[in-house]
Design a protein around this ligand. Structure first.
Ligand code: KG4
Ligand code: ZN
Length: 341
């Protein structure tokens, strides 16, 4: 036991978070639950010309970015590497090449600095994003709406999660990205549609709200994209494609579909605290609809922490460590890592 520990003096528990599951390289340092630094190198501009993420290109970019971002985060936080208490890294789900860069880097640093390492499920990470600036404790409902996932999870305790329902086909973020492509907008589509929708009429087009009235927590967005495609084709023939109205109407349909199932999940479980995360949680219409809801209390991360970031990975890793979860030393990335069942 060190003198510092023996005397009861503590600098706080220092966690380095590393996230590389898709196209953002991110690092963060936490002292207990307080964020000391958060850094992110976005690859959006690199992938935009291809209309989506190119996996091999993403892995190469992570490799260029990761060590400088770890260094910069520690410097900015004023933390010496060997003082870290934990390194938390995203294990999956995600792109294999991207995950590998993060996990292998974290493993090497853990050995070199003699700091314990924990693997984090990317979705559990998202689940923790709304908890960073709040003291929300379980039980609560977690709506995760990202580029790859759309699901509502019941959180009875940290580490005790059950899936209430998920999307049958496309994720909400994927629907935004595909809709943007149909309308000739740039990647990623969500922020573009959000921006243009502000100038449009959400009732201009009557897009279907998928599965709105079923009594199951479930989503489907592929039919909505097809309805948009037909509408755009028809409008092109008429020579007038009112993008703001199309965006506002599409956004209304996605938002209504999400809110309908939040209402249902709250009703079915009696749990009123709803934590929302993932890239689509940055959407202004969804945020407003959640904040206007009377049957629940929304918990939303700041927009920059809705999309992928390392603060949420550090938070989730720190929480799992505290409840006794330990990762095997031969930590390996898993692109299709499951979360909740
Ligand atoms: O959580 P995230 O960064 O990555 C995944 O884990 O998938 O989410 C990215 C997704 C993209 O599909 C993007 O279009 C969407 O989140 N997104 C938005 C907004 N900002 C990002 N969708 C709607 N409105 C936004 N403001
Ligand atoms: Zn994500």
């Amino acid at each position: 036991m060190s003198l510092r520990q023996a005397s009861g003096l503590s600098d706080g528990f220092l966690t380095l978070g590393i996230e590389t599951s898709c196209d953002d390289t991110a690092t963060a340092v936490l002292k207990d639950d307080q964020v000391l630094t958060e850094l992110l190198s976005s690859q959006i501009k690199d992938h935009a010309p291809f209309g989506g993420v190119v996996p091999e290109f993403a892995a190469r970019k992570h490799l260029e970015n990761i060590l400088p971002l770890v260094d910069a985060a520690l410097k900015e936080a004023g933390v010496a590497a060997k003082k870290l208490n934990l390194i938390a890294v995203t294990l999956g789900p995600g792109l294999m090449g991207s995950l590998m860069v993060g996990v292998e880097t974290a493993r090497a640093l853990s050995q070199a600095w003699n700091v314990p390492l924990i693997g984090v499920n990317h979705l559990e990470g998202h689940m923790f994003a709304p908890l960073v600036d709040s003291d929300l404790k379980p039980p609560f409902l977690s709506l995760i709406v990202s580029g790859g996932h759309t699901e509502i999870i019941r959180v009875d305790d940290f580490g005790r999660y059950s899936m209430l329902g998920a999307t049958r086909d496309d994720a909400a973020g994927e629907a935004y990205d595909k809709a943007a492509k149909v309308m000739g907008l740039s990647y990623p589509g969500g922020p573009e549609i959000d921006r243009l929708a502000k100038e449009g009429n959400p009732r201009a087009f009557d897009f279907p709200v998928p599965l709105k009235n079923t009594d199951r927590v479930e989503f489907s967005f592929s039919g909505l994209k097809t309805a948009l495609l037909w509408q755009v084709d028809k409008l092109k023939k008429s020579g007038n494609v009112p993008l703001p109205d199309l965006c506002a109407s599409f956004q209304r349909a996605v938002t209504d579909a999400l809110i309908a199932k939040v209402v249902l999940a709250v009703k079915q479980t009696g749990i009123k605290d709803v934590a929302v995360s993932g890239g689509v949680a940055a959407n202004s219409a969804l945020r407003k609809a959640l904040e206007d809801g009377r049957q629940w209390k929304p918990h939303l991360p700041r927009p920059s922490r809705c999309t992928d970031n390392a603060v949420m990975i550090a938070m989730a890793g720190r929480n799992a460590w505290r409840r006794g979860v330990r990762s095997p030393s031969a930590l390996a990335p898993d692109p299709s890592l499951e979360f909740a069942s």
